[in-house]
Ligand binder design. Structure first.
Ligand code: SAH
Length: 504
């Protein structure tokens, strides 16, 4: 059988923006991905769903999968002819055992490629506001392991290091912090030399400690610093407050629950992340097209009867056009029909299928859509409403009271789902989650259905619009409502109530 191929890819320190373009490209083509503990969840989520995922996560002093075994997994999978991506935290060759993993592949003539990664040694410093070097302070950078080989002993040339006067970065050093700091002090380093620790660097749960060589150990104990963390020693650490940028992002450290269905949560999640928040994806609903939709079939057969068609969600648009396509039809069947969309996002989704909305209300809800249509519909023009099975009767009632003829075709059912609800419940009970975003009344219903018996007083719901807020109110949730019914407006609201609220 034809040989596969192995790529050793540096995943970077955590922030998914720090994987290289080449790394992401290879990852998207993977048949098998072998990854370990240091690879962040954000990056793991980038693995294609079709790829086999093998977690060989390593804990300190505890190796669930031995190095030799990992080497063999890479060999075996590539001999099966697969594209194997070995994802490693940071850079694969910086204390990453990358070399060891290539040996066996080399011996067996397996083609391989190595993609460098952004090493935590530099990136965690950077996200901690510490420049690795600075002309006023130092002229060298030393990256040193604080962890001895199994059975071996650490022997760090502290005297030489001290003499070099550069920035020293220790990886894998949390458990030997005392040895490292005392080693430097015994070698003559001044006790007040600035030193710092960045834990979980580049991630939303990053923590930073700035102290001196003399006080770092005690403060790290007080803060209960844990691995993964880098330890930095040198005058550059004194710049950390001034140059801090990541932890000063307005929503830094704020966990926010996002309840939208998976396929549509992307924009909100990404925007929250850019603001430093830690979005926790917890889709509470899923949208399922109505199978053998007779009503839709009839409506499409007679589409020319309708002067207007109203579309009330992105999901609806997708389902409607997928349906047309499945019948060998396309947007041309709507050539003589005007289209009304409920909001800017729906109008945008329509544009993606090549059509321009004829009407979108200023206020993005069904009521205002119907009121606008009532003003625009021609005499004897019939309206086709395509919406969710659980949609409210707002549109129907307004058209009816205006004596407008219409047909209503539900396109999809909304199911409540609760994957990972235990984890979310725990975060709520422990007070880690303060905000929850709702982009429809159905997400509120789905969330409530999955949270029986959990006290929700500590949460504030950020609702996209009034309908959603009504649902939140019904369940006594504390809530705020976005001024305009858009994701951006929800974010503005969050910034207003949560901005600057670092960890308090
Ligand atoms: N190849 C990796 C390093 C592997 S050694 C790299 O280039 O980054 C593992 C050590 O890296 C950890 O003990 C810790 O010291 C450091 N490390 C990895 N990711 C980190 C992160 N996100 N924040 C702080 N330190 C990290």
């Amino acid at each position: 059988m034809e040989h596969g191929f192995v790529a050793l890819v540096g995943a970077g320190p955590g922030d998914k923006g720090l994987i290289t373009i080449r790394g992401a490209e290879l990852l998207s083509q993977a048949d098998v991905v072998v990854y370990d503990r240091l690879v962040s969840q954000e990056i793991i989520k980038m693995i294609p769903t079709t790829a086999e995922k093998i977690d060989v996560g390593k804990e300190n002093k505890f190796h669930p999968v031995k190095q030799e075994e990992i080497n063999h997994i890479l060999l075996e999978k590539s001999l099966e002819g697969k594209k194997v991506i070995r994802l490693k935290g940071g850079d694969p060759f910086v204390f990453g055992r990358g070399g060891e993993e290539l040996e066996l592949l080399y011996e067996n003539n397996i083609p391989f490629e190595v993609v460098p990664g952004v090493t935590s040694a530099v990136a965690a410093l950077c996200y901690g506001g510490i420049p690795a070097t600075h002309r006023d302070f130092c002229s060298s950078l030393h990256i040193i392991t604080g962890h001895a080989r199994e059975g071996g002993q650490l022997s760090i040339p502290f005297h030489e290091l001290k003499e070099l006067n550069g920035t020293i970065v220790f990886l894998m050093g949390v458990s030997s912090l005392s040895y490292l700091m005392n080693g430097l002090i015994n070698a003559g380093m001044e006790k007040d030399m600035p030193a710092a620790i960045v834990e979980n660097g580049t991630r939303p749960n990053q923590r930073k400690l700035v102290a001196t060589v003399g006080t770092l150990e005690q403060k790290a104990l007080e803060m209960e610093i844990k691995s993964p963390a880098i330890i930095a020693v040198g005058k550059v650490c004194s710049l950390s407050e001034k140059f801090s940028w990541f932890m000063k992002k307005p929503l830094f450290g704020t966990k926010i629950l996002v309840t939208r269905p998976k396929e549509s949560s992307g924009t909100l999640v990404e925007k929250l992340r850019q603001l430093g928040a830690e979005p926790v994806e917890y889709p509470c609903i899923e949208v399922v097209p109505i199978p053998q939709n007779e009503k839709l079939y009839h409506a499409c057969e007679n589409i020319r009867e309708y002067g207007w068609i109203l579309l009330t969600s992105k999901n609806g648009i997708q389902i409607f056009f997928d349906y047309l396509n499945s019948k060998g039809l396309d947007a041309r069947v709507l050539a003589n029909t005007k289209i009304g969309t409920v909001g800017s996002q729906t109008a945008k989704a329509l544009k993606e299928v090549g059509l321009i909305s004829d009407f979108t209300p200023e206020i993005f809800d069904g009521r205002h859509l119907a009121l606008g249509i009532a003003e625009r519909v021609g005499e004897n023009e019939k309206v086709l409403i395509c919406d969710a099975a659980i949609a409210s009767d707002d549109i129907v009632n307004i058209l009816r009271s205006n004596n407008i003829k219409f047909d209503r075709v539900p396109l999809y059912n909304t199911n409540y789902i609760n994957e990972n609800s235990n984890k979310v419940k725990k975060s709520i009970v422990h007070g880690e989650l303060k905000y929850i975003t709702f982009t429809s009344a159905s997400t509120v219903e789905g969330f409530i259905a999955s949270m029986k018996d959990i006290p929700l007083e500590s949460l504030t719901a950020v609702c996209i619009g009034n309908k959603t807020a009504e649902a939140a109110k019904k369940y006594n949730l504390r809530y705020v409502v976005a001024e305009k019914s858009t994701i951006d407006s929800m974010i503005d609201k969050l910034l207003e109530i949560g901005g600057g609220n670092i960890y308090d």
